[in-house]
Write a protein that binds this ligand. Structure first.
Ligand code: HEM
Length: 345
């Protein structure tokens, strides 16, 4: 979308002097045509994907358009649907940019570099190195933090709660741990997390069985290399199947079972556990992620009684995209634990 917007916003001399369009000065048209071909391939994949797995009740725009296509195929062609997606994405990117610009302007006006707020720190760096820390780069930072730092925790939380609802004995064990170390007179706080080792094991076991980025982020070989005896030419895209590694029977005992106890007293799982990945491109939000998960999951268990809806196990089927979400969103029943009610304020 960035490339599309850039080309759309570049003034093109051929629009004003048709002769230049004919000789395509600067290769603008050629670039646009090549880019649109790539965009079309991508949108076709989206449409085919939704045609295969979507349903008209999902609330997803493409599913709705495909339902309309069934009624009026000559009106809602794939071409038209591609146009709708494009329009929506461009509008969204523009809104996101306007919003981020407002955030930056706002912090520029009222922020200070001691506040601990990321944008303030980046603006302070901008004063020292303006050509490195442009507004564009700062917008990119905000975007990546929002995208990378929100979806993964809430997906992990949903998987963990689903696993716990299917394993009430584990849920009970966490509750006992929290009641013992924190009690019921106050809500769990960040400082308590280091005492809650079983909660930590549950988070690790959830990340092992249900990694939210099952293939991590794609890598590209920067030079010819050899991995595991295979020759990998420079420029090859490499995917790490974290999901498979975390369920490999050679590495894990009873790999498909939910057994948080397997993490008790262990510290040698670094390269087997890729929930946050490892190495130079591993997740920079690991410690924040663990804390957010510990606080959110711990508080939900401390404050509420949870139950499945009906006798059936919670469906654990996944929808595989770049991230791994539940195919059917989790629904559960909860009620506050009586002695917690006064704490809700
Ligand atoms: C449950 C919480 C989280 C999980 C499971 C998680 C998992 C991951 C994984 C698996 C990667 C890919 C690393 C790779 O390909 O090697 C990643 C990348 C990343 N994560 Fe997280 N993450 C979480 C929370 C966060 C938070 C809270 C932030 C920041 C506020 C964050 C920021 C990032 C960023 C910026 C990257 C890209 C790093 C790069 O490309 O170098 N993540 N995360």
């Amino acid at each position: 979308m960035e490339e599309v917007l850039k080309l759309m916003h570049t003034p093109y001399v051929g629009d004003f002097l048709p002769f230049f369009a004919w000789i395509d000065i600067g290769g603008h048209q050629k670039k646009m045509i090549a880019l649109m071909k790539r965009v079309d391939v991508f949108f076709d994949e989206v449409i085919e994907n939704r045609r295969r797995i979507g349903n008209s009740e999902s609330g997803i725009m493409v599913d709705k358009l495909l339902a309309l296509q069934e009624q009026e195929p000559e009106l809602y062609t794939d071409q038209i649907i591609r146009g709708f997606i494009m329009k929506k994405m461009i509008a969204l990117m523009k809104r996101v940019d306007v919003f981020f610009d407002e955030v930056i302007e706002n912090r520029r006006r009222i922020g200070n570099s001691e506040s601990g707020i990321m944008v303030d720190k980046l603006l302070a760096l901008q004063e020292q190195e303006p050509e490195l820390y442009t507004d564009q780069i700062i917008r990119g930072f905000i975007m990546i933090m929002l995208i990378a730092g929100t979806e993964t925790p809430y997906l992990t939380l949903e998987w963990a709660m689903s696993l716990l609802l299917n394993h009430p004995n584990v849920m009970k064990k966490i509750k006992n741990e929290i009641d013992t170390h924190v009690g019921t007179h106050r809500l769990l706080q960040e400082d308590d997390l280091e005492k809650l080792s079983y909660l930590q094991n549950v988070i690790n076991e959830s990340l092992r069985l249900c990694p939210t980025l099952p293939m991590l982020l794609p890598r590209e070989a920067s030079q010819d290399t050899k991995i595991g005896g295979y020759f990998v030419p420079s420029g090859t895209m490499l995917l790490v199947n974290a999901w498979a590694i975390q369920r490999d029977p050679v590495l894990w005992d009873k790999p498909d079972e939910f057994i948080p106890e397997r993490f008790e007293g262990r510290s040698d799982d670094k390269y087997k556990m890729l929930g946050f990945s490892v190495g130079r491109r591993g997740c920079p939000g690991t410690s924040l992620g663990y804390r957010v998960l510990g606080l959110a999951l711990g508080t939900l268990i401390q404050a509420f009684e949870w139950e499945k809806i009906g006798d059936e196990q919670v469906d654990m089927n996944a929808f595989y995209g770049l991230s791994m979400a539940k195919l059917t969103p989790l629904q559960a029943l909860c009620k506050p634990r009586p002695n917690m009610i006064p704490l809700f304020g």
